[in-house]
Design a protein around this ligand. Structure first.
Ligand code: SF4
Ligand code: SF4
Ligand code: SF4
Length: 324
């Protein structure tokens, strides 16, 4: 069922006022919206059934990266984002992804300075994305054919649940402006749609060492495994990060340095949505908000009864009628 922003806000207002009154803002907002937009969630879930053979992605091999940041510059250019030079007015060196920066090259250096590695950070294009699952209105989509996860502005209400749900801390929020955007790598989907002569993303096009390459996830995974097999012990734990992590991602990594050190956390092999299955059921039937509301009413009643009893006892002792 299609839902406009206006309808979404109306739904939130109708469905959550009683619970808001009890101070249950954080739990009530998703509940009402989920109940109102179940069909949208149903239709969202079909986007996860991407044919892996056609799913597109990146393979970043940190051992090949020289930290030139050409990929960052090209990413800004392709995506019509102004270079973020706010740190010193000259260099494009933001400390983290933000609404100007969809792609960031970071440098890991060990405490004693003897070891280092570059790290390219952008959306992982999860096979079963936490961000999309957390969105109440369908503001994040997964392309049925390519599996690219993209932001759909007309359905986004700016709640920022996607930011909380992403295990890799990727979506950035546009803090200025009246109609803020969620900004993240969309595998240069829009630049390539606008200009069909662009056959690959900006970052892979300019990388001078082929540290980052573009292709189907199937081919990229085969290439990553070929590199691991060709040089046992070269890559950390002989592992391709993203093959299984968080349910599998379409952006894959190879690194000599531990993945947790360069910014890829140990998130387990279950996808975020699969781990939230039971909490979604609880939200769906308003179990959690009603439980919370009930608990708060019970506590308030108990406190009121205790207070009244205390006042009666005080009146008996002093003969004075206390004020409530
Ligand atoms: S990395 Fe984060 S933003 Fe990207 S698809 Fe996965 S959950 Fe969504
Ligand atoms: S795929 Fe496009 S948007 Fe994503 S990091 Fe590369 S250049 Fe930037
Ligand atoms: S363009 Fe390639 S080598 Fe240069 S920083 Fe980006 S990934 Fe590394």
């Amino acid at each position: 069922m299609a839902m406009t922003r206006r309808e979404a806000f109306k739904t939130l207002a109708k469905g959550t006022l009683p619970v808001l009154a009890a101070g249950c803002v954080s739990t009530a907002l998703p509940t009402a919206a989920r109940a109102a937009d179940d069909n949208e969630l149903e239709s969202n879930s079909k986007y996860r059934k991407v044919d892996e053979a056609h799913a597109l992605g990146l393979l970043y091999d940190a051992t090949k990266c020289v930290g030139c940041k050409s990929c960052m510059v090209k990413c800004s250019e392709y995506n019509e984002l102004k270079p973020d030079t706010r740190v010193d007015g000259i260099h494009q060196a933001p400390p983290s992804l933000n609404y100007f920066t969809k792609n960031l090259i970071k440098l890991y250096r060990s405490d004693d300075g003897s070891d280092h590695s570059y790290f390219k950070q952008q959306c992982m294009h999860c096979i079963d994305p936490g961000c999309m699952n957390a969105c109440m209105f369908g503001g994040l989509r997964k392309d049925e054919e390519t599996g690219v996860v993209w932001w759909y502005g007309p359905k986004c209400v700016g709640c920022r649940y996607c930011q909380i749900a992403c295990p890799f801390h990727i979506p950035a929020f546009q803090w200025d402006g009246f109609n803020p955007k969620i900004v993240k790598c969309e595998l240069c989907r829009t630049p390539m749609q606008k200009d069909p002569s662009k056959k690959e993303p900006g970052c892979t096009k300019v990388c001078p060492t082929n540290a980052v390459i573009y292709g189907t996830r199937k081919d990229l995974l085969a290439e990553a495994k070929r590199r691991v097999a060709a040089a046992p012990g070269k890559y950390y734990q002989d592992k391709v990060y993203g093959e299984h992590d968080a349910g599998g991602t379409q952006v894959l990594y190879l690194s000599r340095v531990g993945y947790d050190k360069i910014g890829l956390p140990d998130v387990g092999e279950a996808s975020i949505p699969s781990t939230l299955k039971y909490s979604h059921m609880a939200y769906k039937w308003m179990v959690l908000p009603l439980l919370l509301y009930g608990t708060m009413v019970a506590l308030a009643s108990k406190n009121f009864a205790h207070h009244s009893h205390h006042l009666v006892e005080e009146q008996k002792e002093t003969g004075l009628r206390p004020q409530l």
